[in-house]
Design a protein around this ligand. Sequence first.
Ligand code: PMP
Ligand code: GLU
Length: 417
Amino acid sequence: MISKRAQSIAPSATLQINAQAKELASKGFDIISFAAGEPDFDTPENIKNAARKAIDDGFTKYTATSGTLELKQAICDKFRQDNGLSYDPKNILVGNGAKQCLYNIFQTILDPDDEVIVPVPYWVSYEEMVKLAGGECVFVNLTNKSSDRTFSGHPERFSGHSEQSEESQRKFTPNNFLLSPDDLKRVLTPKTKALIINSPSNPTGAVYDLPRLEAIAKICVDNNVMVISDEIYEKLIYEGQNHSIAAIDDDIKKLAVTVSGVSKSYAMTGWRIGYCAGDESVIAAMSKLQDHQTSNPCSIAQKAALEALSGDQSTVEAMRKEFQKRRDLMGELLNGIDGINFEKPAGAFYAFVDFFKIIRNRFSNSADFCRKLLEHAHVACIPGSAFGLENYIRLSFATGEDDIREGIKRIKQFVTD
Ligand code: PMP
Ligand code: GLU
């Protein structure tokens, strides 16, 4: 009964492991979860009140598919203030989460065999989204140490490991998890349609600096390559700042679609509001697709998102500071475990930790490690293979300090036993 297309996709490891951890906890197991890709904070009260008011006011009907004009205007204001980007409401589409925006972008821009460059490690859903749109992922490994590592997923389509020249390494912020202009040039082909940039990155937390983005933008413009810039973690940055590639100049702006949303910054994962901005023709085509797919995102959630973007912003900074404290605590505790390597993430709420030495000796791969860790130590983490990179483990620090202390203690015990 199942189509080849549906059979070809893998389940979302992040959602699956999260669900498994929640199920075990509901059965009474004492589970510490570092699997969550969502803030543990409640949605701020002013945002909840806006939703209550929307219900009381009867704002419960269909809206325009692409979102209400007032929300699209607030998104334009946000892009102008935060990102230095000037857009009109006709350049904006509101979706059921950034996830739907991303899904619809690939459905809208890809023809069969078009290639999309995906820096590895990458967020779980990009690969399947590109595949479902008939495109081909061209994976670029961002680690220089890949002789020791294998790629999960589709090694036959993996384009080789990064060999950044010393010169390019000196020119840009040193970080193993950022695409270099050399990497990009190496994998471009006449079939390249788009490049995905995710900054701050899930799973690595790496944040792109402006000189690097400028060099990448120039290559994309010269080769007429679109850029899908996923900036969903833009407000959760601890070092550096967010730069939108689309803001560099008008040429790259024409080729870029910038994606963001309220899930992570405002603790609103369940409300399902994301948005994107791009060239009018792309946004109109995406909106047409969404007409036949879901119509508008929830009218009540749109009112809540309006309040999130245009109301009191102090809760965002309070949450960011709390995440930073937790990041530092997790980093400090992880440094006490022998055999792992850990680069402090500059943004998002994930530590992407190199467990190569431990996994090589005692486990078949990162999924095996995570399965046994959950089974024996009751700690849930996401294996690097979910993000296309073996031997790493993703630990979310969107969880309380006590859990971080207890969870890392259990991991330390598990790997030293
Ligand atoms: N992009 C990245 C990198 C993410 O981590 C997520 C989290 N699920 C999303 C997009 C989608 O977010 P949402 O659909 O909740 O807006
Ligand atoms: N983006 C989050 C994560 O990576 C939430 C789960 C998902 O949508 O994949 O864990």
